[in-house]
Write a protein that binds this ligand. Structure first.
Ligand SMILES: [Fe+2]
Ligand SMILES: [Fe+2]
Length: 197
């Protein structure tokens, strides 16, 4: 397994943890175990921060700029899937912004916002699960099959920047800390937080 694939898979696992916390939030809001007053907005801000700075700024652009072009150059087999994934990367940013707007409105106690947050979260979760499934089950196996070590070199280098120790507070350490804060603040059974009834 190449370095880039290793890092990509690890990053997908981290994202899955965050999605799991959001899913728990949906379940709690839907069941009425959590109300707009009880939501841990600090936790949600950390999650949005993680998604914006890690997923939308570091992870997706590396796929768009390095992995996908290398595949498109090598084979036409994945053209449609890659087009779909690129669109999903763009829509993911819009989805996140929509979520933030509804969350802020819920925090400000605007009526009807809990339902809007639930719907926006469900859309977000479904889109990202499908997205990662396509990358894990279609794109990564295809890339492993058709790309040569020469093709992988720049992709490995790009993904490795996330882990570069030269800059002291490496992105890896920063996001690891943020992820551990998120899982710590998340309600049980995921973390130790929780204002559920
Ligand atoms: Fe992606
Ligand atoms: Fe990805």
């Amino acid at each position: 397994m190449t370095k880039a694939i290793n890092i990509m898979k690890r990053e997908h696992l981290s994202l899955n943890t965050v999605l799991h916390v959001l899913n728990q939030l949906v379940l709690d809001l839907e069941a009425g175990r959590l109300t707009a007053d009880d939501v841990d907005y600090e936790l949600f801000e950390k999650i949005m921060n993680y998604i914006e700075e890690f997923l939308d700024t570091m992870h997706h652009p590396k796929e768009d700029q390095y992995l996908f072009p290398a595949l498109l150059k090598k084979t036409s087999e994945s053209n449609d899937v890659i087009m779909q994934l690129q669109e999903q990367h763009q829509k993911g940013v819009e989805h996140r912004k929509k979520l933030e707007i509804h969350f802020q409105a819920m925090k400000d106690k605007h009526p009807g916002q809990v339902e809007k947050v639930i719907d926006a979260l469900k859309d977000y979760l479904q889109a990202h699960r499908e997205h990662m499934k396509l990358e894990d089950n279609v794109i990564i196996p295809l890339a492993e099959r058709v790309l040569t070590p020469e093709d992988w070199a720049p992709i490995d280098e790009a993904f490795n920047q996330n882990e570069d120790p030269v800059f002291g507070d490496t992105p890896k350490n920063k996001f690891r800390k943020l992820l551990s804060d998120i899982t710590f603040l998340a309600p049980a059974p995921i973390g130790l937080g929780g204002r559920r009834k």
